[in-house]
Design a binder for this molecule. Sequence first.
Ligand SMILES: [Fe+2]
Ligand SMILES: [Fe+2]
Length: 294
Amino acid sequence: MDNDKKQEKIKALLEQVEQSEISSIKSVVSEIVRVINDPRSNAMDLKEVIEIDPPLTARVLKAANSAYYAPPKRIDDIRHAILWIGSDALKELALSQKVCQVFEKSVSFDGYSRTGLWTHSLAAALFAKALYRREFAEAGENAYAAGLLHDIGVVIEDQFLQDAFRVIIRKAKKENKELTEIEVAILGYSHADIGGALSEYWNFPEELVAAIRHHHDPAGADELFSRMASTLYLADYVCTQKGFGYIGGRTVYDKDLYLTGLKQLNIRPQAIKLIAEELEQEMRKMQDRGVVFA
Ligand SMILES: [Fe+2]
Ligand SMILES: [Fe+2]
């Protein structure tokens, strides 16, 4: 399929997405991403963004009152939640509570489920963030959002291309191939293409768009964004290999690409092992103490 045809098809798909409830997360998610990326933003901005959305406010407060955050007394408003949890953690909590909404519908077959995909996305977000902080000593503002949203193209396929998606999942599983390979063969584009186009259309920061678009081919990202794209590749690889959620298709991706990523980012395998172990504990803790939503 030539590139024009491919873009045309993706555009038609995104028009459907715009009419659906998936687009209902657009404005709040963009606003939180903006606050995360703006060094001049403060806790008040965050509070405003969350409170504009009452159902989100309720979800954030519910999570803030869970055993995971264990407040000494009931948290009744966002201001109080910021004080107890901290504004960085609250940005992430609000973002994950909002993005999670598109993963909640109970769609599952042949080992694929939206909730499994959500667990995978949350794990990738936590992993990518940890890698940035520990290995690059940087905040990696977009790492968390990139993890949460990287496979949103899969949700779009599952919702709007149901029949083809079932065939794709079955084929990827049966032939033990990567999802993207089967997608391209059947649809002419992959979930990474869809996610990249959607995040561009939603005006996300370029780094975030590049990471989502190239999470299966980090070498394809512009040099400026190659660290974020490679980090996301590693996060995706490790979370898939460790079985944090299930997506369908091959359970381990291209090992050579993984090793190249480690080398390029100058990360020792031992560091990955450590972050993965901590992530496993963190995920368990979140689940046990009522913060893993789905
Ligand atoms: Fe993916
Ligand atoms: Fe993934």
